[in-house]
Design a protein around this ligand. Structure first.
Ligand code: ATP
Length: 529
């Protein structure tokens, strides 16, 4: 099998992480990511966390416009999931939960990735994402992975993978690395306790490790690696307090944390990220029907906001990909610049989670349907453990997906006859940070006052607009194209006299003259698209 080993840095000073080369795309994909990362910083969408101290790997801060974009995506998801349905309610659970939750859910034992070290260049990576070569074949690599090093060759192990960084087949044994962040709750420092016990003793590393684990257990807690478990452990509270009848769902948007071995592609895979998850509880036997429903609903949701619908697809999981408790799963995949990758998982989780939490907590997490006969006895009233369909989307990953989908460049000739490239973000108006920019042509002659009145009118309507009087009108148009503002409303001398203005459309760059009220109506109509 030919190996493509290409160290790819996606550019921009935001990106401190490496891409796993087995997913490498083409150079134009690389260029696109470089442009998007650069636009994100230049225009205030995403910054490297703690940048003035050199940044923190894989941690990002959403700047003024990124915060708006992320909030808008989450708000659209919430509107679609919760506000537009009678049978779905929301939850905002704490990030830290009882450690037993993670024991019961299986995360403590099984939420891990296979970790491998390259003995040649010291790269640490995930074995299951590493490039593959034919087991037993010979591959060439450079000593230490550095240019100018001695040329070496070696046989590929039976597992068939090689180092993604230097291509060497000289790898350590695989070991499982749990992705959960462990921390301790309360004013007890387990390390001090162990340090006291260790003082003056000479012990083996294994014994010290055992003592550390023991001490840490006393007040251990974890940052949640998914938002889903809270919906299972609060199933009864939500069902009873809101008198929910099956089928019903619980939705949540919030932060999750995974100590990923490899973080990659800017905000695609980071250690701290946000999810939008919904657990839909249904009658046993109806899960297939609901799975089809939610799979199609979720695709339709992405299509509603996308420019290029063909860049989204559904992929059914093969049987050997399914978790042991799952009877069906689809991934909504997006065509990222480096290839197809997951955006959302829609999983049929059977009654596994509720049954497990019921067994371990001793609390009956079931539902009693008075209207139905028990299929086992034929008698009226049926108590059962609901089955669950879970559409689990990444919010921060959706930010990246919609940025990629929206990014466009158009070449045209300007008023001076020069060929110029126009960069624009064709964000759906509901996702765009600003819905319109209000631009007084000059900062005098009553124009700023009229523009501010218009801004106030939009604020009264709850529509987020930007008042912008900095630089030339051309530069302002470019700026708003680049941040995805659907309309620019320009106030000039005539506006002050006759109450009309120029409305410029971001996508076509066409301008029309309209009375102010019609321009406001046009912005409102755009939001209903
Ligand atoms: P992947 O295969 O990419 O690791 P996953 O199958 O582990 O994802 P899920 O556990 O199904 O992901 O989580 C649901 C969604 O949460 C994913 O589809 C993705 O959009 C998002 N997500 C998961 N891990 C991360 C991460 N480290 N950074 C950003 N988003 C993530």
């Amino acid at each position: 099998m030919p190996l493509v080993l290409r160290g790819r840095h996606l550019g921009g000073d935001l990106l401190l992480t490496k891409q796993a080369p087995n997913q490498s795309g083409n150079e134009s994909g690389n260029d696109l990511m470089t442009k998007i990362v650069s636009l994100c910083k230049r225009r205030g969408f995403v910054f490297q966390s703690s940048e003035i101290y050199g940044g923190l790997k894989s941690c990002y801060d959403y700047g003024p416009l990124g915060a708006e974009l992320k909030r808008n995506i989450a708000a659209e998801w919430w509107r679609n999931m919760v506000y537009e349905r009678d049978n779905i309610v929301g939850l905002d659970a704490s990030i830290m939960m009882h450690p037993q939750v993670w024991q019961t859910s299986g995360h403590l034992a099984g939420f891990s990735d296979p970790l491998v070290d390259c003995l040649n260049c010291r790269e640490r990576f995930r074995a299951d994402k590493a490039p593959r070569a034919e087991a037993g074949s010979t591959v060439n690599y450079v000593q230490g992975g550095k240019s100018g090093g001695a040329k070496l060759s070696g046989a590929v192990s039976p597992k068939g993978y090689v180092c993604p960084q230097c291509g060497a087949p000289t790898l350590s044994e695989e070991r499982q690395f749990n992705l959960m962040f462990r921390t301790s709750l309360g004013p007890v420092d387990p390390l001090t306790e162990v340090a006291r016990e260790l003082e003056g003793k000479s012990l083996t590393a294994a014994k010290i490790r055992e003592m550390l684990e023991e001490a840490a257990k006393k007040n251990v807690t974890y940052l949640r690696p998914e938002t889903a478990q809270a919906m299972f452990v609060q199933f009864l509270n939500v069902q009873q307090s809101m008198s929910m009848k099956v089928p019903f769902g619980i939705a949540q948007v919030g932060k999750s944390f995974r100590n990923e071995i490899v973080t990659e592609h800017f905000i695609f895979r980071s250690c701290e990220f946000e999810q939008m998850e919904m657990e839909f509880f249904c009658e046993p036997g109806t899960q297939k029907e609901w799975m089809n429903y939610w799979r199609d609903e979720r695709m339709a949701w992405y299509h509603r906001y996308a420019n290029d619908k063909s860049a989204f697809r559904l992929r059914a999981h093969e049987d050997d990909e399914l978790a042991h408790y799952s009877d069906e799963c689809y991934d909504v995949e997006y065509r990222y610049p480096w290839g197809w990758g997951e955006l959302e998982g829609v999983a049929s989780r059977t009654d596994y989670d509720l049954s497990r939490h019921a067994a371990e907590s001793g609390v009956k997490l079931s539902y009693f349907d008075q209207q139905k006969n028990d299929p086992a006895t034929g008698k009226p009233g049926w108590r059962y453990v609901p089955y669950v369909i879970e559409p689990a989307a990444g919010l921060t990953r959706s930010v990246l997906c919609f940025l990629i989908d929206a990014y466009a460049e158009e070449s045209g000739v300007d008023a001076e006859g020069e060929t110029k490239t126009r960069v624009l973000l064709k964000l759906h108006p509901r996702l765009a940070p600003y819905k319109a920019a209000i631009l007084p042509l000059v900062k005098k002659d009553g124009q700023p006052e009229m523009a501010m009145e218009l801004v106030k009118e939009f604020r009264r309507l709850g529509i987020n607009v930007s008042y912008d009087d900095k630089q030339s009108i051309g530069k302002r148009y470019s700026r708003h194209d680049e941040i995805g503002t659907p309309y620019c409303l320009t106030i000039d001398n005539d506006s002050v006299k006759d109450g009309t203005l120029t409305l410029r459309d971001r996508d076509t760059a066409k301008q029309v003259r309209l009375p102010v009220a019609e321009a406001v109506a046009a912005v409102k109509a755009k939001l209903d698209q």
